[in-house]
Design a protein around this ligand. Structure first.
Ligand code: TRP
Ligand code: ZN
Length: 481
């Protein structure tokens, strides 16, 4: 659910001349412009978002229900031609609103079937529909756009967005934290989840993989093939993924702990030999994680290995992405754990990233402990011995202010240490009750850190605010916890 804006523009976002108040009935007759009488109810422009680390990512004034993304991609020239339909509900009366879109040329925008005015300001696509949108109304925005998509470089120097593969056979679209704006005009924040349908038309002989299930594969003329994918569970935009190239595709099924048949689809780049021993172990990983965290939250699972040299794996929903050479088993354990923590139970603000990475790292410790490696308690002892001057302890996992620290050691390792310290404090039984209740209560929802603290307090019957403060918010090695 989106936050509702307080109204007014965020400093730094230019108010463009065409963005003027329009009446709710949209009666902006030529010549009557200056005399248009506004209704007493405010009709505000929607604005950009309010994330503490990525303030221009995400928008206010509406709640997206669904994205229909229609892509046509030619690897040889790295050219994208796209039409995206965004179906949203206005959370207030809107004279204009923003979508996030980085690069590409927009040729047309329609809202409710009528041509709309639009302008660009950095990665904001600002849309003024012909008629204002009433609060509570469902409205459809169709954006036609294309060109050479951007590789987005993050504050920490890593690449995301639309990344062509090393072999030149295609590209992969990756979006954490903000790269999805390179290919979907969107409310690009984890807090606005929506359904997603992606179709990708590519030259014959090239395949296209995305999230969820493959609905159809159809010929388009003599030279192109269209792949249609669908995610029925809501998805945060940063977890949307497309991988285009040549893959060896394998399918399997997995029977979940609550009796559902989960469809597994793996796609491994043929340049990688077309197989990955670690990905083949996915059923065993799902089984172990269901034992710790409760039922797998989606109907689809799998993985994609592609030769994009980004240097990281990503928990793209239902189908994590693994870079060139394929993952280790530990990485599969990590990205699969994110399906519960991050993908199903999602952040509201990037500041709470430890709720993703601390948990996925802890899952790796649980796996190693049950497969002949270090137990979580042993991981704790080893890491806790790190000197107080180590970069593990500072900045603290929740109080860093530089977005370059989003994927730093404190978030991952001090985050996982926090969970082991919690386990030692409240006991193993209550600890797993907390994890499973968290996954169940907030399935397909959005959370904030304070809700986790409250749940742990409720399950254990103890006050834990000071404990979590010391572990997550003080930029020093915790002592005497
Ligand atoms: N969230 C990813 C994971 O832990 C990692 C990730 C995404 C990352 N983007 C990154 C790590 C950039 C380092 C740099 O599974
Ligand atoms: Zn992770």
């Amino acid at each position: 659910m989106r936050r509702v804006a307080s109204g007014g523009n965020v400093p730094g976002v230019t108010r463009l001349p065409f963005i003027r108040p329009v009446s709710v009935v949209g009666a902006l007759a030529a010549g009557a412009l200056a005399l248009t009488v506004l209704p007493a109810v405010a009709v505000d422009p929607g604005t950009t978002g309010a994330d503490t680390l990525f303030p221009t990512s995400g928008n206010s004034g509406y709640d997206v229900k669904r994205y229909d993304v229609d892509l046509d991609y030619t690897p040889a020239s790295n050219q994208l031609a796209a039409v995206t339909t965004v179906t949203a509900v206005a959370t207030k009366a809107l004279s204009s609103f923003h979508l996030d879109l980085e690069g590409l040329d927009v040729s047309d925008v329609e809202v409710g079937g009528q041509t709309a005015e639009f302008s660009r300001d950095g990665s904001e696509l600002i849309i003024a529909p012909a008629a204002a949108i009433a609060k509570g109304a469902t409205f459809r925005t169709v954006v036609t756009y294309g060109g050479t998509p951007s590789v987005h470089t993050d504050p920490d120097g890593s690449d995301e967005g639309w990344v062509p593969t090393s072999s030149g056979d295609g590209a992969v679209a990756l979006g954490e934290p903000v790269g999805t704006a390179a290919w979907i005009p969107s409310d690009n924040t984890p807090s606005d989840k929506a359904k997603l349908a992606v179709t990708i038309t590519v030259p014959n002989g090239t395949q296209a993989i995305s999230n969820g299930r493959l609905v159809s594969r159809t010929k388009v003329g003599d030279t192109r093939t269209r792949y249609a994918w669908r995610s029925d569970a809501p998805i945060s935009t940063y977890l949307a993924m497309v991988a285009i190239g040549r893959f060896s595709i394998t399918r399997d099924t997995y029977r979940s702990v609550d009796g559902r048949r989960i469809r597994i689809l793996n796609a491994v780049d043929t340049a990688n030999g077309g197989s990955s021993a670690a990905i083949d172990k996915l059923p065993a990983v799902l089984k172990a994680e269901e034992g710790w965290f409760g039922p797998y939250p989606f109907a689809d699972a799998g993985g994609v290995v592609d030769d994009a040299a980004v240097g990281y794996a990503l928990e793209t929903q239902t189908r994590p992405f693994y870079p060139t050479d394929g993952p280790s088993l530990g990485t599969v354990v990590h990205e699969t754990a994110h399906q519960w923590f991050g993908d199903s139970v999602s952040l509201t603000d990037w500041h709470d990233i430890w709720l993703n990475e601390g948990f996925a790292t802890y899952a790796e410790w649980l796996w190693s402990g049950s497969h002949g490696g270090l137990t979580p308690a042993q991981h704790f002892t080893r890491l806790y011995a790190t000197p107080a001057s180590s970069g593990l302890w500072s900045p603290a996992p929740r109080t860093f202010t530089d977005a370059a620290d989003l994927f730093g050691s404190p978030v991952y390792n001090r985050g996982a240490l926090t969970l082991q310290a919690l386990r030692e404090k409240i006991g193993t039984r209550d600890f797993f009750t907390v994890l499973r209740t968290w996954a169940r209560m907030h399935r397909h929802g959005n959370v904030r850190n304070a809700q986790f603290v409250k749940l742990a307090e409720k399950v254990s019957g103890r006050r834990l605010d000071r404990f979590f403060h010391v572990w997550l918010e003080v930029p020093r090695k915790p002592q005497g916890y």
